[in-house]
Design a protein around this ligand. Structure first.
Ligand code: SF4
Length: 162
């Protein structure tokens, strides 16, 4: 599949969950291959994945989506070092930390609830039913995507004074 995608020398490859169901060894080989092809052919790769570890390792810029909406966008180091949207924070807290010793390990966190039914999405913020910071405005008005730092954008009513 990757060979077929590269045969026409594309400027952009959209790789949708390219490592799903692969063991970690093959996953690493596929990611190395994509990186190599990217540099050799000067192409861009849009990686769509649920694996935050893969994102941290391969991406330069990250766009986090929830229920079909962009909720946060930032350079990879900024996103992992300073996640601002409650959904992004929950995703990052759910990554196993094998770098911590036993004395500093904590229980993995899960985001309670489930995604809304998108045939008839709820008004306001689509994450509101699962968000521990939800306020009344969150179920009334859709948060706009706004710049909160250079190159870092978020769609959340927290700290939005406009
Ligand atoms: S807009 Fe409200 S419900 Fe949505 S993520 Fe922000 S605080 Fe939570």
């Amino acid at each position: 599949m990757i060979a077929m995608a590269l045969a026409c020398r594309p400027k952009l490859v959209i790789a949708d969950e390219p490592t799903t169901a692969l063991d970690v060894t093959i996953q690493a080989q596929i990611l190395d291959l994509l990186q190599d092809m990217k540099e050799r052919f000067g192409m861009a790769v849009m990686l769509i994945t649920h694996a935050m570890g893969v994102v941290a390792e391969t991406a330069q810029r990250v766009v986090v989506m929830y229920a079909g909406k962009v909720v946060e966008e930032a350079p990879v180091d900024e996103l992992f070092g300073n996640p601002r949207h409650p959904y992004t924070q929950g995703l990052i807290r759910s990554i196993p930390r094998i770098d911590l010793d036993a004395a500093h390990k904590t229980r993995l966190e899960a985001i309670g609830g489930s995604v809304p039914i998108l045939i008839n999405p709820p008004p306001g913020c689509r994450f509101a039913a699962r968000c521990k910071y939800a306020m009344s405005i969150c179920t009334e008005k859709e948060p706009r995507l706004r710049e909160i730092a250079p190159g870092h954008r978020m769609a959340c009513h927290l700290g939005d004074v406009s």
